[in-house]
Design a protein around this ligand. Structure first.
Ligand SMILES: Nc1ncnc2c1ncn2[C@@H]1O[C@H](COP(=O)(O)OP(=O)(O)OP(=O)(O)O)[C@@H](O)[C@H]1O
Length: 301
């Protein structure tokens, strides 16, 4: 379990994290979502005791991170700034981390194997691709077998196979009852990985909800209608309560704010022929961007 309570961070005149509170529960993957610059990294750094909040508190389990004696055994972190020295080998880097956190040496080989880097164990980190670097960062995060994982944009640099692998890994860690917080600025990616979502924009909480509830609540649902009489149809729908009627690029109509049955009834009553009628939900990315755009006035979900 992790708790952020009224976390606030200012850099000069800018408030980059603004009175932010949320709970990250064990047993599920929680996605930390927000556009670039929303304050995700700063929040994660405060959760890990690496950046001092101006006010508010962050706790991991029952204590602040800085009070943990061997932190890697409590929290595994992957941060954008946690890259090891380029001249070190992968095995050298992990062995050093293991020694300084009193983690058994065998974990080093096990984790290199778990992230698919056994073959590159003695290669210098400076020669690693972005994806290999991410895998090494994940190995470091997992080294102490911690009950809590905090991963900042872990998908960066991974290919499709790597993303699938990471998704399964995170699911498995959550299924073991661990607490998993993963950030991303991409909604579609997050929806594949996360069960729960914490959405922020401009440092403020916009939503704390499950992925399915998020889509259900914020997703744009509309009815698509194809008719040879679009102008008359649009007038009828608008006259009878549609929130908006748009013309799609292919000439079809997109009717917001009326259920499909009602759209059908209105068309039939007006004698407008209907060639196609179907209900659609906006894409996840659309859902997310719409929420962020509307985000001047945050509301908890
Ligand atoms: N040490 C710092 N000094 C001054 N400004 C900072 C510092 N760290 C972050 N910021 C600013 O705080 C804001 C939030 O940055 P942060 O990296 O937390 O966002 P983010 O959501 O993680 O974005 P990204 O996805 O781009 O990493 C940005 O405007 C950034 O420029």
């Amino acid at each position: 379990m992790m708790l952020a309570e009224r976390l606030t961070k200012r850099y000069g005149p800018a408030t980059v994290v603004d009175d932010l509170s949320f709970t990250v529960r064990p047993g599920v993957v929680t996605g930390f979502l927000g556009p670039n610059g929303a304050g995700k990294s700063t929040t994660m750094r405060m959760m890990l005791g690496l950046t001092r909040p101006d006010s508010g508190t962050a706790t991991v389990g029952v204590r602040p991170y800085r009070d943990l004696t061997y932190p890697l055994r409590h929290v595994g972190a992957l941060l954008e700034t946690s890259a090891p020295h380029r001249g070190m080998t992968a095995v050298g880097h992990l062995s050093w981390l293991a020694r300084s956190n009193r983690i058994p040496r065998r974990r080093v080989d096990e984790m290199l194997d778990a992230v698919g880097l056994t073959g590159a164990a003695r290669q210098r980190v400076g020669t690693f691709s972005l994806g290999m670097g991410q895998r090494l960062g994940l190995a470091a995060a997992l080294l102490g077998d911690p009950p809590v994982l905090v991963l900042d944009e872990p998908v960066n640099g991974l290919d499709a196979e790597g993303i699938r692998w990471l998704r399964e890994l995170l699911r498995a860690k959550a299924a073991e009852g661990r607490t998993v917080l993963v950030s991303s600025h991409l909604m579609a990616e997050m929806a594949q990985v996360a069960d729960e979502l914490i959405v922020i924009s401009r440092g403020r909480l916009l939503a704390e909800t499950s992925v399915s509830e998020f889509i259900g609540r914020h997703g744009r649902t509309f009815v698509r209608v194809r008719t040879p009489e679009p102008l008359r149809a649009a007038q009828e729908f608008q006259a009878q309560g549609a929130a908006s009627v748009r013309r799609a690029a292919d000439g079809g109509l997109e009717v917001d704010g009326l259920p499909a049955g009602e759209v059908n009834r209105i068309a039939a009553a007006a004698g407008v022929p209907v060639e196609e009628l179907s209900t659609h939900t906006g894409s996840l990315e659309e859902t997310f961007l719409k929420l962020v755009d509307d985000g001047g006035d945050p509301t908890h979900v």
